[in-house]
Unconditional design. Structure first.
Length: 608
């Protein structure tokens, strides 16, 4: 179950987790560099539409021809029966009853009237902020699955990531030509790669067990490991093990037996796995560690990590669940989404999650409130480092103490101390509500750019707008406020764009134009001339621009968000072109996601 990323330029699929116990690639530091192209294979040239295929019935087996991703745990020989009876009297006297079949178990667990259809899957409805059920429109399901599977994550924009999470969690109609459970698996798998482990688990749990497919069982294992929630495997294990025959589920039988208070059976399964060489080394020792921590478990296991060169999801999930510390050098071998998994993990102490929490916030996984709470909880810990305790104290000062100048001075220290650009942006998120407490004044004009960026990083556009008549024309704060203005006001003229071009870098001027034009905030008659002057070739077309434009024209907000993610599949904002920003903001605005478009455009200036 290796954590891996493949090269978009090479045309391989973006698969997060490869075979778990039998080797496979991982997401190395080199692989995380920005790809040569942000567009997936097939977007350089138009591709013919997929041939029609019959719509599978709900719960049907996956389609042949590669629609199901490669097994994350390679098939291995089934475990021999352990022979343990469950009768209170000797076997000679009382024959134990035959075990219930999977179908019989389902009858007991979920009566017919309580079952849910896979025609619509999701956790949040429109009343809770979700997208409309028909947000994919008549888009082809096979096409959408391929797009989601190819997307490398996390994506560059915090605000796009937030919008993607909301869409993937929404109660959406299953598109044509795909199985509802399989499509839920693709959504959960993308959430896992985005670092949204908890959200992925909730999507998996939104499908009834009788509708599970091999693909959904695979992703359910990934979600359980990413959250460190091994107990969530136990209701699935009796059905997944005979269905998939994968090594992870073989060992899950032992771990679940231990968690359910059956240490004897758990030990027998582990011993059988060792003899059958289903797993070995640290992979097996971690499973034994779980068995030892179960009710009445007596197996003492020490994890040394000597045989592990690269961390896997199996390692991460079992170590997190049992409180085993993962060496920092192994954490450097995996993708950035693992940091977000750590940030969300209740199994880790708050002081252990601070660095991961900052990165997770920069990718949209943690909110301002969640990040502030994390620092506040860590400050109260007896084990927090002196450096982190000092930073938490500065944060408290920024929110509550001193004059405006003193609070700004503390915020400046928080903003400028990190060397990593993502962490610097996370510090702006951390201080977002502290920034709203600074009364706009010419005396604080030197801090206006950072204060406005901080507020907008948390979506606080109305408090930020109070600076509109204070900041100088042509400043970054002025540009961000024009982009984020919720009232829209009158379209800008060419002179407005030129005013920013005179003071900003060439790239910022291009991004400003792209965001203003994409959100419809520039007079239409001057857009083409400004595009030529600033060398932003918004008129050029390729398969991706045509696809996102068509999805916008057909009013498919969910499809637009998937395609927008493909246009920003890099963690480095410098790799996002102004042309991509234009098409993304234009498409989002056209399908009613104008608020998200505004925040993405303003974020581009803050992070450029």
């Amino acid at each position: 179950m290796k954590i891996s990323r493949t090269s978009v330029a090479a045309g391989a699929l973006a698969v997060l987790l490869a075979p778990m116990l039998l080797g496979g690639g991982v997401l190395s530091a080199q692989d995380r560099d920005a790809p040569e192209s942000l567009l997936p294979p097939g977007f350089d040239d138009p591709a013919p539409p997929p041939a029609p295929a019959p719509t599978p019935a709900p719960g049907a087996a996956p389609r042949p021809g590669g629609a199901v991703p490669p097994p994350m745990v390679q098939p291995l020989p089934a475990l021999p029966a352990d022979g343990a009876g469950n009768a209170a009297l000797p076997m000679a006297e009382v024959e134990p009853p035959a075990p219930l079949t999977a179908a019989e178990l389902l009858q007991y667990e979920l009566p017919v009237y309580a079952r849910r259809s896979t025609a619509q899957v999701g956790r949040i409805g429109m009343a809770s902020g979700g997208l409309a059920p028909d947000s994919f429109g008549d888009a082809d399901g096979v096409y959408l699955e391929a797009l989601m599977r190819r997307m490398e994550a996390p994506v560059a924009s915090r605000w796009l990531s937030i919008a993607l999470r909301r869409m993937l969690l929404s109660q959406l109609d299953t598109p044509a030509r795909v199985n509802g459970a399989d499509f839920a698996a693709e959504r959960a798998w993308l959430l896992i790669r985005m670092g949204e482990a908890m959200a992925a688990r909730s999507v998996v749990q939104g499908v009834d067990r009788q509708n599970f497919t091999p693909k959904l069982y695979q992703v359910a294992m990934q979600a359980a490991l990413a959250t460190g929630d091994l107990a969530s495997l136990c209701p699935l294990e009796p059905f997944a093990r005979p269905t998939t025959n994968e090594a992870g589920w073989q060992l899950a039988e032992a771990m679940c037996a231990a968690l359910e208070g059956e240490p004897r059976r758990a030990g027998q399964v582990i011993d059988t796995a060792r003899r059958a060489r289903i797993a070995s080394g640290t992979n097996l020792l971690l499973a034994e560690k779980v068995v030892g921590t179960g009710a009445q478990g007596r197996r003492a296991v020490t994890i040394e990590w000597d045989d592990v060169q690269q961390l896997t999801a199996w390692h991460y999930g079992l170590a997190t669940a049992t409180g085993v510390t993962i060496p920092d050098e192994l954490l450097q071998t995996v993708g950035p989404q693992v940091r977000s998994w750590q940030a969300l993990s209740p199994a880790l102490a708050p002081q252990q999650r601070l660095r991961a929490g900052e990165l997770a916030a920069s990718w949209g996984v943690l909110s301002n409130a969640a990040l502030v709470d994390l620092w506040g909880t860590a400050e109260a810990s007896d084990e927090v480092s002196s450096a982190d305790a000092g930073l938490a104290s500065d944060l408290r000062t920024a929110y509550t103490a001193g004059t405006a100048s003193e609070r700004i001075a503390v915020m400046r220290r928080l903003w400028t101390e990190p060397t990593d650009a993502r962490v610097r942006y996370a510090r702006h998120i951390l201080t977002a509500r502290a920034a709203t407490r600074i009364v706009p004044s010419a005396d604080q004009i030197d801090a206006a750019d950072s204060l406005v960026a901080s507020m907008l990083s948390a979506g606080l556009d109305m408090p930020a707008s109070r600076w509109r008549n204070v900041v100088p024309q042509g400043s970054d704060a002025w540009a961000m406020l024009l982009l984020a203005d919720p009232n829209g006001r009158a379209p800008a003229t060419a002179a407005t764009v030129s005013a920013y071009r005179e003071t900003a870098s060439a790239r910022k001027a291009q991004l400003f134009f792209a965001g203003m034009a994409g959100t419809g905030r520039i007079n239409a008659d001057v857009v083409e001339g400004l595009a030529q002057t600033l060398a932003v070739r918004i008129g050029d077309q390729n398969a991706w621009t045509r696809a996102i434009g068509q999805a916008a024209q057909q009013r498919q907000p969910a499809t637009v968000l998937v395609l927008a993610g493909l246009g920003m599949q890099t963690t480095d904002w410098s790799a996002v072109s102004p042309v991509a920003l234009f098409h993304i903001t234009a498409a989002l605005t056209a399908v009613g996601l104008e608020g998200e478009a505004r925040m993405i455009a303003a974020e581009a200036i803050a992070r450029a």
